[in-house]
Design a protein around this ligand. Structure first.
Ligand code: GLY
Ligand code: MN
Length: 366
């Protein structure tokens, strides 16, 4: 499992990158807010972090002058902070003609061109390395994700307790966000998906003005963000008019999810987990209605390493936080998805989304 001591693990993060770039005698630049936060604790919306064996320098603008100093000190990051409009000359000096690794998926074309025009070395894509960098979580990260998941569960309980004949998808989504905030969330991990009736057949439906209790089934896919860390959970809420077919399909998805969860352990390939889930749905004749991958890692971003789908070459390891979220989507009729969030342990998984799989709505109350 990751390191117990936050500070040590934070300096290990930097060391991981230094060891890697050292093999290529190169430098590293992070341009995205997630990587910068992970390495320095800085939470501003604009930053560029330069890293080599001797320097770690955060460039940001004057809006963040005070905030950056406070956050870096609190985080224990051994980084210089340079506040100014244009870091490019400094990067040219710092990189000393060496190549610079950058995550191509996190750096705009314009920024890449700008950096390239200033440096003597070349820009080299480090996406694969960067994507896997945050896959294994340390204790401080796991604690935040657990808290985010607990907040999510409490917010869902409080929101469902107020569901009445008038409540629309949009209103329930708004209430969930409101109760997440009251329960201590920093933010939402992503806009809530609240989809009743045939809207649930769209895997990523946007909440509408439809009244929920005029429908037969309700899908709620929600996650709070706590101190930067996300959670992710999908529940089917049984409305009184849920049909026998819906119950049957719901059980098929639950069984597929359970089989996949039972297989999770360190050393299994992510695509094997996907295969187990997909086979279970195929066996029941619904394989072609499973329209997405089985799951994904969760952390500072809602979708992180590892990818759990049929093409993934990612290996499941202890300390990863992952979802398992099979679904069956029957166009114009209804959709079912069950999603939970897990910590991968040395022997299997620990559930982080401890929210019951309800068989009737009033189980949420009391
Ligand atoms: N629960 C949102 C997603 O995984 O895309
Ligand atoms: Mn998910």
């Amino acid at each position: 499992m990751g390191n117990e001591h936050g500070m040590t693990s934070r300096s290990q993060r930097v060391l991981k990158i230094r060891n890697w770039i050292n093999q290529y005698d190169s430098c590293f630049i992070a341009t995205d807010t997630y990587a910068i936060r992970w390495l320095t604790g800085f939470t501003g919306s604009n930053g560029l972090l330069f890293l080599d064996q001797n320097h770690m320098t955060l460039f940001t603008d004057s809006r963040y002058e005070n905030q950056a100093a406070i956050e870096l000190a609190r985080f224990g990051a051994k980084s210089n902070c340079v506040v100014g409009p244009n870091p490019m000359r400094s990067i040219a000096d710092l990189s000393k003609g060496k190549n610079i690794f950058i995550d191509s998926e996190k750096c705009s074309w314009a920024k890449k061109e700008e950096i390239e025009s200033q440096i003597e070395g070349e820009i080299v894509d480090a996406h694969d390395f960067c994507f896997s960098l945050r896959g294994i979580k340390d204790k401080s990260e796991i604690d935040k994700i657990k808290t985010a998941a607990e907040i999510t569960c409490r917010a869902l309980d409080r929101s469902l307790a107020e569901l009445d004949e008038q409540t629309t998808e949009k209103e329930l989504a708004g209430k969930i966000e409101y109760y997440m905030a009251l329960e201590g969330a920093s933010n939402v991990a992503y806009p809530p998906i609240v989809a009743a009736g045939s809207n649930s057949a769209l895997p990523h439906a946007r909440p509408t003005g439809q009244r929920i209790l005029t429908q037969d089934i309700l899908l709620v896919d929600i996650g709070a963000n706590y101190k930067g860390y996300c959670s992710d959970m999908t529940r089917m809420i049984p409305l009184s008019t849920m049909s026998a077919e819906q119950k049957h399909v719901s059980q098929i998805v639950l069984d597929a999810q359970r089989k996949a969860i039972e297989a999770i352990r360190p050393g299994i390939m992510a695509k094997e987990i996907d295969g187990i889930c997909r086979d279970a749905l195929n066996d029941k004749g619904f394989g072609d209605r499973f329209l997405h991958g089985t799951g994904h890692g969760v952390g500072l971003e809602i979708h992180e390493f590892p990818r759990i789908n049929s093409r993934s070459e990612d290996l499941i390891q202890e300390g990863m936080v992952i979802t398992v979220e099979p679904g069956i989507y029957l166009e114009d009729s209804f959709g079912i998805r069950w999603e939970d969030l897990f910590l991968v342990t040395d022997t299997g998984v620990e559930y982080l989304t401890n929210y019951g799989k309800l068989t009737q709505l009033d189980e949420t109350q009391g």
